[in-house]
Design a protein around this ligand. Structure first.
Ligand code: NI
Ligand code: MN
Length: 228
């Protein structure tokens, strides 16, 4: 599985013949060097929750690429109301086998409201994704605070975990380190920091902490790729 980081919480996975976007936030993302227009050959789009820095360019990319969107039931309903025909609703703790592999929706402690026309549309519960394909597991935590639910990830033997470290809305460096100690992934990527002034964080400090307990850490810039 090839894992491309595209800034903030946005990823592109390539596995087998499938291209998968997670939280495709390109327009207005100060951290990305990619654009929504460049995202071609996309088969699936996964959305962790309803906030605009995560739904991002989902509607335009999914429409153009005829991609299947995987998200919680409420976000799928919202996206259907925007005219997207291919949605697959999942919910917390639920797992489904797709043609590229399995996706399980994991709990996140956060919000999921969708802001539109000065109104908030209910976006269900926020989540993360545990994606299993080609005998490896990639975990995208979504936006979350530290939670005891992460104990349930201990037995998953996660190869690579993307964890928010920016604080304020999500875990900070210290809490993300505590998360790593809870479920011990082989390797971690710090995400969701430095995009905006309020989520400034020091990824080097996070790297030093996790490497101190034998966990690899990749500090990625937009466009960087690692293969697991
Ligand atoms: Ni959020
Ligand atoms: Mn966010």
């Amino acid at each position: 599985m090839k894992v491309y980081f595209l800034g903030h919480a946005t990823f592109k996975l390539e596995t087998g013949n499938c291209r998968i976007l997670i939280d495709p936030f390109f327009t207005g993302n100060p951290q990305t060097n990619a654009s929504a227009d460049e995202q071609t050959g996309i088969d699936y789009i996964l959305i962790t929750h309803g906030h605009s820095d995560h739904i991002g360019d989902c509607v335009s990319i999914a429409r153009r690429e005829k991609a299947m969107v995987i998200a919680n039931f409420e976000i799928c309903n919202y996206l259907s109301s925007k005219g997207l025909e291919k949605v697959h609703p999942l919910h917390l703790g639920g797992k489904h086998k797709f043609d590229f592999g399995k996706v399980k929706m994991t709990p996140a402690i956060h919000g999921s409201g969708i802001f539109e026309d000065n109104k908030i549309i209910y976006g269900g519960n926020p989540g993360g994704f545990l994606i299993e394909a080609e005998q490896v597991k990639f975990y995208h935590a979504g936006d979350t605070g530290l939670t005891v639910e992460m104990q349930l990830l201990q037995e998953e033997n996660i190869n690579l975990a993307a964890l928010p470290i920016g604080g304020n809305f999500v875990m900070d460096v210290e809490d993300a380190f505590r998360a790593v100690k809870i479920f011990k992934p082989q390797q971690v990527i710090p995400i969701h920091y430095d995009t905006f002034p309020v989520i400034k964080a020091d990824p080097q400090k996070f790297k030093q902490l996790v490497e101190g307990i034998g966990v690899k850490c990749a500090i990625m810039k937009s466009g960087d790729m690692i293969e697991i």
